[in-house]
Design a protein around this ligand. Structure first.
Ligand SMILES: *[C@@H]1O[C@H](CO)[C@@H](O)[C@H](O)[C@H]1NC(C)=O
Length: 182
């Protein structure tokens, strides 16, 4: 029932304010500052995992306990552009492999503070999770990877030849997941 309600809400958003959703990614995390960077080895490849703090207007709050987990929540795919070219399928697949490693070797879930983002980058491809809320949220690595890959598949060749970014926007507008050209 919960998922059904989310689907109705996101359908309503898509019908009424589709265009207003598009600039959200451009306006979010414009003054991003790198908080930390680590690398995940995938065979002889290195995928970069970066935590970003977005802008100066975000003040750290007392975080709700337990931290809400948005794993598996419905989101709405939107194609956007962050450059001219889509990433290559091979580079995005290496990020999916890194996510499988993170799930198995670190933790099945990760937490992103309010007003922060997390990116995984390899070659031409970047997967990201942006938390636009004031409070922290938790997500599952595998769900994140599947959502980002699906958003990319919906927007990159051969489905869409021109886009460089595939987003999945939450129904409440508080987080987004995406795949883009790095
Ligand atoms: C994800 O990690 C859990 C243990 O944390 C493991 O049981 C599961 O098989 C992993 N899934 C994949 C697809 O690797």
């Amino acid at each position: 029932m919960k998922a059904f309600c989310f689907a109705l809400v996101s359908a309503a958003i898509a019908a009424t304010s589709y265009a207003s959703l598009l600039p959200r990614d451009q306006s979010f995390c414009t003054d991003a500052k790198t908080v930390s960077t680590t690398t995940i080895a995938v065979g002889d490849k290195e995928v970069e995992l970066t935590q970003l703090s977005c802008g100066t207007s975000v003040t750290k709050r007392q975080t709700a306990t337990p931290i809400p987990n948005i794993c598996g929540e419905i989101c709405q795919n939107v194609c956007s552009d962050s450059g001219n070219l889509p990433p290559t399928t091979e580079d995005c697949q290496t990020i999916v492999d890194a996510i499988t490693i993170l799930n198995g070797s670190v933790s099945p879930t990760f937490t992103v503070d309010g007003g922060h983002a997390q990116t995984l980058t390899f070659g031409t491809c970047r997967f990201f999770f942006e938390n636009l809320a004031l409070d922290s949220v938790e997500n599952c690595w595998l769900a994140f990877g599947q959502t980002a890959a699906a958003a990319g598949s919906a927007c990159f060749p051969p489905v869409q030849p021109v886009h460089s970014e595939g987003l999945c926007l939450s129904a409440d507008g508080l987080w987004q997941v995406g795949a883009a050209h790095s």
